[in-house]
Design a protein around this ligand. Structure first.
Ligand SMILES: [Zn+2]
Length: 355
């Protein structure tokens, strides 16, 4: 894919639809155990045939909703993700984590993201379109801290969250593997470090560490939480945002066993939240992420359910734009009743002990 300027929709932040080449193929697989609890007892949630059917459904879903003159690359933007579809998805019977089994052998995500370059105009447009959505996260982080303070955002990209945080009285620095994008973000007046969490060395400690966008794709989430803990002051806040594996599993059940209406509804819910074909490495659930956090020294203070930010753009047919708003309102209503049922969720956790 090629960056094509300001039309890149605002959801690029959530699903990283910015121009990212696929990992090298052919993909090789290995059998995996649950990374949260270590158990191997798991149920199949989606097998290879069902995943293939989801890939086809995803194309059909978006094709139908785009205007006839939509450039092909705009369709590709909606169906190609930084992670390829899984071979098979299972759910851990012990802790509820949804994961790929067999799993692709670790490819170097850092290299993929580090190659992603765009012009300053494109980056500025991305910054502007992402800003409204991340203001909620900045407010929530400030609320979790109970005051202003310092922070580090892992995967700061074009600096939208850094700007939103500054407006909330938080001084948040960025950390990102993409040196070119970091140069742009620095030009906007922010402090940004080149690199990644696992080997980020600094004498500073922070009141907060936020990982909004990459936690579900890390090869070693547990190691990332340990690294985040070392960067935090005592009682500092860690904020993480991930797709909800429990939401996918529930919708997948409806896709498999439901009648025609419930199948169509489940497909729409998954597609509208970029969960169809599950293009993520880990499907954390509020329960499994809480367990991993407590094992790495964190006490969860709050789980906040959410939907994906709107994805409609100038290529979306008008009826599909309305449909998206209605679907997301309905889910947001359900999510506010039970955060564990939302398609995406955020966790705010305090560093309780150093393990
Ligand atoms: Zn488990």
């Amino acid at each position: 894919m090629v960056a094509t300027g300001a039309q890149i929709p605002r959801y690029a932040r959530d699903d990283r639809l910015s121009p990212i080449p696929r990992p090298p193929s052919p993909v090789s697989y290995e059998i995996a155990a649950c990374i949260v609890c270590g158990h191997t007892d798991a149920d199949v949630v989606a097998d290879a045939d069902q995943i293939r059917a989801e890939v086809e459904a995803l194309w059909a879903y978006h094709q139908k909703r785009l205007k006839p003159n939509t450039p092909p690359e705009r369709l590709v933007d909606r169906v190609a993700f930084s992670e390829p579809p899984p071979f098979r998805l299972v759910r851990c019977n012990e802790c509820g984590l949804l994961y790929r089994n067999p799993v692709e052998r670790s490819h170097e995500l850092t290299e993929i993201y580090a190659r992603n370059t765009s012009t300053p105009d494109v980056l500025r447009a991305l910054h502007d379109t992402q800003l409204p959505a991340v203001r909620i996260q900045a407010r929530e982080l400030r609320r979790a801290l109970g005051r202003g303070g310092s922070g580090l955002e892992v995967g700061s990209y074009v600096g939208a969250f850094l700007a939103a945080a500054r407006d909330e009285g938080l001084q948040v620095q960025g950390l990102d593997v993409n040196a070119d994008v970091n140069a742009f973000t620095r030009s906007m007046g922010f402090t940004v470090h080149d690199g990644e969490l696992a080997n980020f060395a600094t004498d500073q400690t922070f009141d907060a560490v936020a990982i909004w966008n990459t936690f579900d794709q890390l090869a070693d989430p547990r190691g990332a939480l340990h690294a985040a803990g070392k960067l935090l002051r005592d009682r500092g806040i860690l904020a993480v945002r991930v797709p909800n594996g429990a939401f996918y599993a529930a919708a997948r059940r409806a896709l498999t066993k439901g009648n025609r209406v419930s199948r169509a509804t489940a497909r729409a819910l998954l597609a509208q939240n970029n969960l169809l074909t599950f293009p993520y490495r880990w499907g954390f659930t509020p329960r499994s992420l809480t367990r991993l956090l407590s094992e790495t020294g964190f006490a969860v203070q709050r789980v906040r359910g959410d939907v994906l930010v709107p994805t409609a753009d100038r290529w979306t047919r008008p009826w599909a734009r309305v449909e998206e708003i209605l679907i997301k309102r309905a889910i947001a209503l359900g999510a506010s009743l039970a955060d564990s049922r939302a398609p995406w969720f955020e966790v705010y956790a305090a560093l309780a002990s150093r393990v």
